[in-house]
Structure formats: structure tokens, C-alpha cells
Design a protein around this ligand. Structure first.
Ligand code: OFO
Length: 181
């Protein structure tokens, strides 16, 4: 966009262009999260982990919800929400445990990204977006807790014998407990 055009656009709204850019990057991250969970769901289902697969399918939907919430906010605030291109999603995993380790790693990365947007909004005094982003701050705390609990289930039950079968059952329960919270 040319400088003059940018000035006109900026005059008509309170959402700064760099804030819009950061929010669109977060839209992409949430879209990738959704695709990542979907890919994991497919892998888990193929391996016969039906309860984990259901958890992952449901979570893929949840992540799409996170993406849409941001998407709509950008437009409502006078910006332009961009449909992200989602590529390079990993399709194969080595174990169920690895799937949940990757989830925790991924959610920590999402938390850092949300925190940096909140920090930016505070610095540029965009208190509307700062306030909107608080929902994501709370959500990320829950997402990380959920991923940590999932890994604790692996540690407590152990994967030997019928361990993995039991873990799969428990992961299904963990999901419904969290959904009620
Ligand atoms: Fe959108 O919270 Fe997970 O990634």
C-alpha cells in the first residue's frame, strides 16, 4: 500500500496497521493449529486410538473457532481479515505420546505469540484490542493445562500392557471434563 493510501486508511479507523498485521498472523497460527489437530486426529484414528481421535477432532473445531473469533474482530475493528494459506502440516507421528508432547510444545508457542500481541497492544494503547485479547490469554492457560494433564496420564498409567488402551480411554474423559469447565 502507498503511503498516501495508508494515511487515508489509518484516518478512518483506530486499528493500527501493524496491529492488524499481528492479528492476521495470529489468524494464520490458529488456522494452522486447527489443521495440525485435524492431522493428528486422522493419524490417531488410523492407529485405533478412537477416544484420542475424537478429542483431536473436537479440538480442531475449537481452534477454527479461535481463528474465526479473531477474523471477525479484525473486520469489526475496521481492518481486513485475511484467509490464511495453510501448508506444511505434519501428517505422520511416531507415537500417541509424541502427539501430546507436540501439542504442549505448540500451545506454549501460541501462548508466547498471544502474549506478544497483548504486550504490543498495551504499548500502543490499543485498549480495545488489549481487552479483546484477554479471552485468548485465559484460553491459553487452559490449553496448556489440558496438554500437561494429558502427558501426566501417560506418566501415571504407563504405556506397557493395556496401558495405551487405558490412556486412550482416559484422554477421552479428560476432554469431556475440560469441556464442562
Ligand atoms: Fe488456539 O489455542 Fe490452541 O493452539
Amino acid at each position: 500500500m502507498k503511503t498516501k493510501e495508508k494515511e487515508i486508511v489509518t484516518l478512518k479507523r483506530s486499528l493500527l496497521l501493524d496491529t492488524e498485521d499481528k492479528l492476521n498472523k495470529q489468524v494464520e497460527m490458529e488456522g494452522k493449529s486447527s489443521a495440525y489437530y485435524l492431522s493428528m486426529a486422522s493419524w490417531a484414528e488410523m492407529q485405533g486410538f478412537t477416544h484420542s481421535a475424537q478429542f483431536l477432532y473436537d479440538h480442531a473445531e475449537e481452534e477454527r473457532g479461535h481463528m474465526l473469533k479473531l477474523f471477525r474482530y479484525i473486520n469489526e475493528a475496521g481492518g481486513h481479515a485475511i484467509q490464511p494459506e495453510i501448508t506444511n502440516i505434519r501428517q505422520h507421528f511416531n507415537s500417541l505420546r509424541e502427539v501430546f508432547e507436540l501439542i504442549l510444545e505448540h500451545e506454549i508457542a501460541v501462548t508466547k505469540s498471544i502474549n506478544s500481541i497483548v504486550d504490543h497492544c498495551f504499548n500502543v494503547k490499543d485498549f480495545a484490542t488489549f481487552s479483546f485479547m484477554q479471552w485468548y490469554v485465559t484460553e491459553q492457560r487452559e490449553e496448556e493445562t489440558l496438554a500437561r494433564r494429558a502427558l501426566e496420564i501417560f506418566d501415571i498409567i504407563g504405556e506397557e500392557g493395556i496401558g495405551l488402551w487405558t490412556i486412550d480411554q482416559e484422554l477421552g474423559k479428560l476432554h469431556s471434563n475440560t469441556a464442562d469447565q
